[in-house]
Design a protein around this ligand. Sequence first.
Ligand SMILES: *Cc1c(COP(=O)(O)O)cnc(C)c1O
Length: 398
Amino acid sequence: MGDLPAIAGGHPVRTQYLVFGSPAIGEEEIEEVSQSMRSGWVGTGPKVKKFEEMFRAFKNCRHAVAVSSCTAALHLSLLVLEIKPGDEVITTPLTFAATANCIIHAGAKPVFADVDMMTMNINPVEVEKKISAKTKAMIPVHFAGRPCDMDALMGLGRTFDIRVIEDAAHAIESTYKGKPIGTFGDLGCFSFYVTKNITTVEGGMVVTDQDELARQIKSLALHGLTQDAWQRFSDEGFRHYQVVCAGFKYNMTDIQASIGIHQLKKVEAGAQRRKEIWEIYHQSFKDLPLILPSPSPPDQRHAYHLYTPLLDLDRLRCTRDEFLQALHKENIGAGIHYVALHLHPFYQKTFGYRVGEFPRAEFISHRIFSLPFSAKLTHQDVEDVIQAVKKILAYYRN
Ligand SMILES: *Cc1c(COP(=O)(O)O)cnc(C)c1O
């Protein structure tokens, strides 16, 4: 009985549920938040400014503008590049809905281009096939933290005069040939959502080297008011502001920045820990009916955001969803990143996308799963995940 998975009547590997993507938050963050709460300045203020400056230095670029989410960051990036109705923006189908939805919010059409099987990133050859007279921008997503082929993509951008917005939600620590990811395109967007490599609970950042784009993003994120309007209630005296466009409410608060300041200080430690976990998983899963994710080549740095094996379904008598249900019964949470967007009803209905259109994204979609992969995991947590995966795969192997 000992070796039966819980789903078939055996004992679960764990008694306490291991939640997927639980953040590593320390006392420093808690103390900093408390200090902001006591100070009374909880809105957008000096800590946001400090967090922006830290992030700018970390990315070695001219501007970093903090916003309320990566979704907001992507939306504003499209707007400042003047993407509008009738335009097309090329992106990967293997991404979170926010990437495509922002394109739609800007009034444009998301045009998917299939991914590369090994990197799971958008394939530049497929991008080129999708370029039309209406193509104004592309949004490459650095999937799981692995950099996209930036030489090829930026080359296409130059050749066809297409702007580039990097969706770097997974890729805070990533570099490509020594240059930080997020600084290749006109704009780079980052997420500090709960499950991301660093968190502010909710939050995002736009980086850019272009002064005018940064200025517009700042204004659009705060109702379209003139720059530094957040200081209008500070102790520097009364200030007039002017409304220069119909902006949004996408600003970050000092409460969020309080968390971010300390999270960013620990970014390397977290990355190191996830790299260790990656290597332990990789060694432990080598001889199983799995196709393991591949690391980046030596001239690139992978941010190790997700650990995403594919189930080798030909060697198993279960579906991916049955496998995930079996993991759940072992008290281990897992995720799916992602069910390709062209398989969702909204994009099919609205844009006519069909099953079979992006075969590689689809192949991955049916087999992929994400194991718990937070820097917070203990040695025992990692061992439990490995034991559960091995037990379940032994049971379903044919
Ligand atoms: C998380 C995520 C987003 C959205 O980030 P939010 O900060 O939650 O808005 C966008 N793109 C990708 C690829 C993501 O994983």
